[in-house]
Design a protein around this ligand. Sequence first.
Ligand SMILES: [Zn+2]
Length: 397
Amino acid sequence: MEERLLGGVVGRRPGPTLLCVAGIHGNEPAGVIAVRRVLDALENRRADVHGRFVALAGNIAALQQGRRFIDRDLNRAWTSGRILQLRAQGTAGGTVEDCEQFELLHEIERVLDAADGPVYALDLHTTSGPGGVFSAFTDSLPHRDFAEAFPVPMIFGLEELVDGTLLNLLSEHGIVAVTVETGQHDEPAAVDRAVAAIWIALVKAGVLPESLVPEAEKGRALLARDVSHLPRALEMRQKRDLADGDGFVMAPGYTNFDPVVAGEVVAHDNRGAVVAAEAGRLLMPLYQEQGEDGFFLVREFSPFWMRASAVIRQTGLSHLVWLLPGVRRVEGSADEVIIDKRIARFFARQLFHLLGFRQIEDAGDRLVMRRRRFDERRYLERPPQPEPIEPDAPHRA
Ligand SMILES: [Zn+2]
């Protein structure tokens, strides 16, 4: 029987918290095994811990059966509506994942309540296809800074295409969170990479000093070696959604980050061939029965733009975007803009991504984008404080 609380260390001195969530998908046990290894190795360093390290198991029922989920994907329902429902009705719909989510939310809230400093979160996953080693995060300055500590390809914009992830919920409530995918579900190397990621996170969060964690530097070398042939930064370009009975089957043999050309047949469904919309690299091709996404397409972009965007945001110039042609502010909101695509279509989406905005709506000539929370220089110097997970807080739409 798996316990929700996998373990943890409470330091004698106050400080940051690192929350590690492993196995929110039940067929991804690597993170759980990795947590145990790190906890064992931490035994004789407990006295040196600042703040705390807490590790939680995600979907216990699904972990026991080795399935992604039992009734529904536990990593797609961390939305305001669902949380209100959980609060109002306890386990709400009564499915297995309603219970799992209720318990996990409760444990996360205990961690947030107990925190007496910033809270960092590491969300560990693996993929069904080989080669899936990368990070994903909501792109505001402190979150990106945390993600940069892991020397793996950084995927920008996943959160715009996948709703209701735990990562998004935590990030919007002042928790500095990153998702790290550490390889294929059952390969032993996925555990080693997850172990590496936890050590790196402990040091980056400030729970333990680098000098006491030789595993962090070894972990960086391990991760970097496995992805040395891959770009550092890629942006999300396409997602193939699955619907019940659409007959989607991935073409065999694809690996994460395999280059594809525009129009390449990468899968089939009931209507025939499914093609890549543009040239890029394939991400998370679906080679398992359960899942809602067939594949993603990502495209490399220059680390120059990554750095440029951080510099521009730190200057605060990104607060003047409404001076651009075809851009106006949403009434009553300092952080939302409506973009007239007829005027600004050549620069709109990508420019606003660089400036730290995420897409809210794309309809006709209208593109609505919102500045991510905590995307300010001061949060680089001092990370945000966690906020209670209140779905109807005023900052939320
Ligand atoms: Zn997963």
